[in-house]
Design a protein around this ligand. Structure first.
Ligand SMILES: [Zn+2]
Length: 68
């Protein structure tokens, strides 16, 4: 990966990390995601971020087969 990407969760610019459903998530957030426990304030933020990614993904690729 040679271009700099902006983390979808924390907005940091970086080039290490993962691409989840076409969204870049930096290394730090990736590790945080794996490490946070339910109930932590941080967790809510990450959960929202991931949920938004999923919503976006569903809208894009799954539109016609949505049951509701
Ligand atoms: Zn991040």
């Amino acid at each position: 990966m040679d271009e700099k990407l902006r983390c979808y969760i924390c907005n940091n610019i970086g080039d290490e990390g993962i691409i989840l459903l076409n969204r870049y998530i930096c290394r730090r957030c990736e590790l945080n995601l794996a490490g946070v426990s339910i109930g932590e304030l941080k967790y809510e933020k990450f959960r929202r971020g991931i949920r938004d990614i999923w919503k976006d993904f569903n809208r894009k690729y799954n539109n016609k087969s949505m049951p509701i």
